[in-house]
Design a protein around this ligand. Structure first.
Ligand code: PRX
Length: 651
């Protein structure tokens, strides 16, 4: 069966920012002469002091360093807000939709419309509040908030004064939060009394109080009242957000920030150790987030744009807040979930706000697809022009459903491949330029030089499978791991010398289209969220009854990948169903619900080589339910371990 190809619809080819020829030409310029290309496109920002140097980057150990626009200065909050006030001050910046919809009888919570002028004022007041609390340029501010406009206010206020924000997804546990606060040495935490998601309350303030038992360095907690719940309030430490912000002046001059000064830290899972603080700086990130947002979504001011990601993930940073606001967009911010109160919710919000561009995750689409087409088709969706996908491979079946049922066969789909580390989209169609193949992220964005290597690092040409690397720097690239620059180099630039290693496997077809096949390291992608298997393993072994654990991915219809854990208990323990449930609850408590194991298989032993190394290859095969050929097991210390694993495996 040949692959389906969806040509660029003619109205897109005619009206889009770039057509096919335009893409070819711009791409060629961007890789042949990056200096000139980025000198030109760097002008899209308002600089305080214009840059004279464009690109100063090396992936080689001897002179390793990544610097873009390094002598320029700017303020990102001014680029998101102040620059729009004269022309678009009364345009809506944020359209916020609460967790629950309005009821037919007029009950329920209304949505909020926040203009650029209002947002500017809110950000200035909050920036002044941070300053009043002693927050200095370069200091880390931890943000643990639900999807409310104040989260964007907090981010922009940090950017305004040059503080570095570190957002911790509000689904993470107190332990996970504490680890992140400690790692970046943050003494201030922003949170709310509770969060609301899918009609359920999330005890955010209680989680903060719990986490702070481990974080003696935190002296200030600013708490937003979201539900009005009666929560703990520590005098001298805790501050009521609304009343404290209201006392501040609405005037706050933006700080002059160097292009290479840090903007934010975002923790993400890797194949080893605890999550790393991915560090992004200001100038290059801003160019990348705004430019990709404009071209990938063909964004024009005035259009209503909705990225359904949470601000706790990089997609929320780049495509709910920074990218759209730099481009003067109206960005929808949604507090809820796709299936509450029912599976029409997304499309009802689309109709309510006349959303033109919708950007979501395959896992949500697969979950909605399972509920049947009626939930979609009973809504209009006539406003939609363009759809996007992000976070994990989208299977062709879900792609076709998205295209046909959600988009009424009318809207192109941009399947954007990128990572927390890359700052913004890297391999992606452009809607006016790229014929689409369901399941392929297609072609590189301007300035991105992908390559495929074999396991020995040899460059592969033409149609082939391989390890995906990027051979040269792009402005949105992460600059370091917070507090551990050496780990940054080791993680990304030592596997294949002189190249950025993505951790993804990939196929390139005869048309030069890239098809991401998934992680090839010990990272699994659960519902579009990255989990290090090592992290889940260390949570499991922290339980007093567990001696050893190994975690691998498994195919999952909705989540893409599920979590399959092999657990060896201490000798005196008799594993049973109750213990299984206890361990599931334990991992949820240690990390958060996103790390919930789907399968726990008890095993008297794990397959180890004589030198004591766990042979993960075998476990991965069991997790993938592909046990016909386990490969060479002769080097195992005790090959009979495998028989037990196979006999009691989950599938
Ligand atoms: O494996 C790739 C997958 O998600 C990983 C990055 O995860 P994270 O840093 O959490 O960022 C997610 C949001 C950008 C990648 O290494 N991934 C992301 N987008 C796609 C994807 N896999 C296939 N297709 C995509 N469009």
């Amino acid at each position: 069966m040949g692959e389906a190809v969806y040509p660029v619809p003619s109205e897109w080819a005619q009206n889009a920012l770039v057509d096919a020829a335009g893409y070819d030409e711009m791409y060629r310029q961007s890789v042949e002469n990056p200096e000139a290309f980025w000198a030109e496109h760097g002008q899209r920002l308002d600089w305080i002091k214009p840059f004279t140097k464009v690109k100063n980057t090396s992936f080689d150990e001897a002179d390793f360093g990544i610097r873009w626009f390094e002598d320029g200065t700017l303020n990102l909050s001014a680029n998101c807000l102040d620059r729009h006030l004269a022309t678009r001050g009364d345009a809506i910046a944020i359209l916020w939709e609460p967790d629950g919809p309005m009821k037919a009888d007029g009950g329920g919570e209304p949505h909020r419309e926040i203009t650029y002028r209002q947002l500017h004022e809110d950000v200035c007041r909050f920036a002044n509040l941070l300053k009043a609390k002693g927050v200095q340029k370069g200091e880390r501010v931890t943000i643990y908030l639900p999807m409310v406009p104040e989260a964007a206010v907090a981010m922009l206020a940090c950017a305004r004064i040059g503080a570095i924000h570190s957002i911790v997804f509000a689904g993470f546990s107190p332990d996970a939060l504490a680890g992140r606060i400690t790692d970046c040495d943050s003494r201030i935490v922003l949170t709310s009394d509770e969060g609301l998601r899918g009609g359920k309350k999330v005890p955010l303030k209680a989680n903060v109080d719990e986490a702070l038992k481990q974080c003696p360095g935190v002296d200030t907690v600013i708490m937003l009242r979201r539900t009005g719940a009666d929560v703990g309030f520590v005098e001298g430490r805790d501050v009521d957000w609304a009343s404290a912000a209201a006392q501040q002046s609405a005037d706050c001059a933006p700080e002059e920030i160097g292009a290479e000064d840090p903007l934010f830290i975002l923790y993400t899972s890797g194949s080893t150790g605890k999550p790393k603080g991915v560090l992004h700086t200001t100038g290059g990130y801003a160019v990348w987030a705004s430019m990709t947002h404009q071209y990938v979504f063909d964004y024009r001011p005035g259009q209503i744009y909705w990225c359904a990601a949470d601000i706790g993930w990089v997609t929320g940073h780049s495509y709910v807040v920074y990218g759209p606001l730099m481009n003067g967009a109206t960005t929808v911010m949604f507090e809820g979930v796709p299936n509450f109160p029912d599976a029409s919710r997304f499309w009802q919000v689309v109709d309510k706000f006349k959303v033109e561009i919708f950007y979501g995750a395959p896992t949500a689409l697969r979950a909605l697809m399972r509920e049947g087409d009626d939930w979609v088709t009973k809504t209009s969706r006539a406003s939609l022009r363009l759809l996007g996908s992000v976070g994990e491979p989208i299977n062709p079946e879900a792609w076709e459903w998205y295209h046909k049922v959600v988009g009424d066969s009318r809207c192109p789909i941009v399947d954007t491949w990128w990572q927390t580390e890359t700052g913004g989209a890297m391999i992606t169609p452009l809607p006016g330029a790229t014929p689409l193949k369901p399941g392929s992220a297609s072609r590189p964005f301007f300035g991105v030089k992908p390559a495929l290597l074999d396991n020995d690092g040899a460059l592969l040409e033409g149609a082939t499978d391989g390890c995906l690397v990027i051979t040269d720097s792009w402005p949105g690239q992460m600059r370091s791991v917070w507090g551990d620059h050496e780990r940054f180099f080791q993680t990304y630039f030592s596997t294949f010398k002189g190249m950025y290693f993505t951790g993804d496997g990939c196929r390139r077809d005869e048309d030069g289209y890239y098809w991401i096949t998934g992680r090839i390291d010990d990272v699994i992608n659960v519902s579009g969220h990255r989990m290090g298997t090592a992290e889940i393993e260390s949570a499991l072994v922290a339980h007093s009854k567990v001696a050893e654990a190994a975690v691998v991915g498994m195919p999952h219809d909705i989540k893409g990948q599920g979590i399959y854990a092999f657990v060896t208990c201490n000798v005196e323990v008799e594993p049973d169903e109750a213990l299984r449930r206890e361990l599931v609850a334990w991992v949820r408590h240690e990390i958060g619900p996103i790390a919930t194991p789907d399968v726990i298989q008890f095993a008297p032993g794990l397959p180890k080589t004589r030198s004591g190394k766990i042979m993960r290859r075998i476990l991965r095969k069991i997790g993938e339910n592909d046990v016909s050929n386990l490969g060479d097991t002769s080097t195992l210390a005790d090959p009979s371990v495998v028989d037990h694993l196979l006999k009691y495996r989950a599938f």
